[in-house]
Design a binder for this molecule. Structure first.
Ligand SMILES: *Cc1c(COP(=O)(O)O)cnc(C)c1O
Length: 461
């Protein structure tokens, strides 16, 4: 298609602005050794980067220099191989670069009518994931901002489905709706319940740390005499603190028998279902009514993206489609509109960086990269067991290794963690388990090496 000449007629000034930004983006994306960096106080930042917002503007060169020299170094690089806290992110260079393209392309990702090409590509990724997890054809969903919004959106759809079923059966609404989940479920489940004004019924895990079907069945039975009703059971496929995968198969057997919606929160761990050796841990995920997995965690995509997939997207659509006169033209068409499947309307086509990187590298590359994290976790767990003065809190199931330094107080752990960051060796913050301080290595980046981890362990001696 010939492009109008007008498209090339941007001013020199605009060209310079775009160049200076893309030059920096290119440099940052191609860093071989990303700096770990660390936060500054607001006082320091005010001194080093005062008054960027002025009536006349400070110009692109000064603004980008300020970002590069002051603001960026005051942000941790989550993709640093020594960033091992929370759940890190380790986007591929391909995904990072394509994120710039998404920004440059002014794509509206909420509707097919506006973003058909992008939505098609995002759906290709969602359908690939759905098939990997064993969901039937027809399963689909949307990329949302993160696991928190993904969990909330799935639970809203689950409650809607439960309401519809009760109405169809001529039953009155329960006094309270209840979501059942393990005591180890992610904090976003309680947050979603708060937003939805529903109750959470926490279920104790077994001695193995897993939620099992029998405990879920007992919890559901305990509601039978109450005027409360469960609309969903949440199983976690890879807890954030330990990387534990609940016993999905036994839980799914219970939810299927009792016709309760099963939501699988796999924000971090479900990526490991792509690896043949760990796939059996996820047996039962194929019965999920909805599930999430965050590409910004263990699928090597940049912030922020969560894949939310429904077994029957019709439930998501009935719960989430917004109706307004100005939207009728979109919602009355039979198109696949991503905005219909979650708590959002306008959306960035945030699945595209993953689409591009998957298309570039192929799915085998992904399986290998995830497997390498799991293997490294096993290796460093063995090393911890071998060493004096440190011990594992439990055997790693995925790529989170939790351990303790014997004889240390919480203050010792904190001081050690601060020192590690000051020396720019690593970012490892203390966590806690059953009231005791513990350390965690959450391994995601293929650039994290055994040598780096042993170097960190050496500092514990
Ligand atoms: C990280 C995480 C979430 C929340 O995801 P965000 O993308 O941070 O909103 C939910 N559940 C689990 C199991 C997680 O690990």
């Amino acid at each position: 298609m010939p492009r109008p000449a007008r498209m090339h007629a941007v001013s020199d000034e605009t060209t310079e602005i775009v160049d200076s930004v893309l030059d920096y983006a290119r440099r940052r994306a191609l860093y071989r050794d990303v700096p770990l960096d660390k936060p500054m106080t607001e006082r320091e930042l005010r001194r080093l980067a005062p008054g960027s917002i002025t009536p006349e503007g400070i110009g692109a060169r000064r603004a980008i220099a300020r970002f590069e020299d002051v603001l960026a170094p005051a942000c941790l690089s989550i993709d640093h191989p020594g960033y091992l806290s929370f759940i890190p992110s380790a986007p591929t260079k391909a995904a990072i670069a394509f994120d710039v393209v998404v920004s440059a392309s002014a794509i509206y990702g909420g509707s097919w009518a506006e973003g058909a090409g992008a939505v098609y590509a995002e759906n290709e990724v969602l359908h690939w994931l759905a098939a990997e997890f064993g969901l039937p054809e027809g399963a689909g969903g949307v990329f949302v901002q993160g696991g928190t919004i993904g969990n909330l959106s799935a639970l809203v759809a689950a409650r809607q489905a439960a309401r519809e079923r009760r109405e169809a059966e001529g039953l009155p609404a329960p006094r309270r709706w209840v979501v059942v989940g393990s005591a180890e479920a992610h904090s976003s489940i309680a947050s979603a319940a708060g937003v939805m004004d529903v109750d959470v019924l926490p279920v104790a895990t077994g001695d193995d740390g897993l939620l099992h079907g029998a405990a879920v069945a007992a919890a559901l039975d305990s509601l039978a005499d109450e005027d409360r009703a469960a609309f969903a059971v949440v199983a976690t496929a890879g807890t954030t603190n330990f990387g534990i995968v609940d016993d999905l198969a036994s839980i799914a057997a219970v939810t299927r028998e009792r016709e309760v919606w099963l939501h699988v929160d796999g924000a971090y761990g479900l990526a490991a279902a792509l690896v043949p050796e760990t796939r059996p841990l996820f047996a039962g995920v194929e019965f999920a009514d909805s599930l999430i997995v965050d590409p910004h965690k263990w699928l090597f995509a940049p912030f922020d993206a969560c894949a939310l997939i429904y077994r029957d997207p019709g439930h998501g659509k009935r719960a989430h489609t917004q109706h307004a006169e100005y939207l009728d033209t979109l919602t009355e068409a039979d198109d696949w509109n991503p905005a219909d499947f979650a708590v959002q309307l306008t959306r960035r086509a945030r699945g595209l960086p993953l689409w591009f990187s998957l298309a570039t590298h192929g799915t085998e590359h992904y399986r290998e990269a995830i497997a390498s994290g799991i293997e490294l976790a096993r290796r460093i767990a063995d090393e911890i067991e071998r060493r004096d003065g440190v011990h594992l809190v439990r055997d790693p199931q995925l790529s989170v290794v939790v351990f303790q330094r014997e004889g240390w107080s919480p203050a010792d752990y904190r001081a050690w963690s601060d020192r590690l960051l000051d020396e720019q060796l690593a970012f490892v913050v203390p966590s806690s388990h059953e009231g005791e301080t513990v350390l965690r290595f959450a391994i995601v980046s293929p650039l994290t090496t055994f040598e780096r981890l042993t170097e960190i362990l050496d500092t514990l001696e």
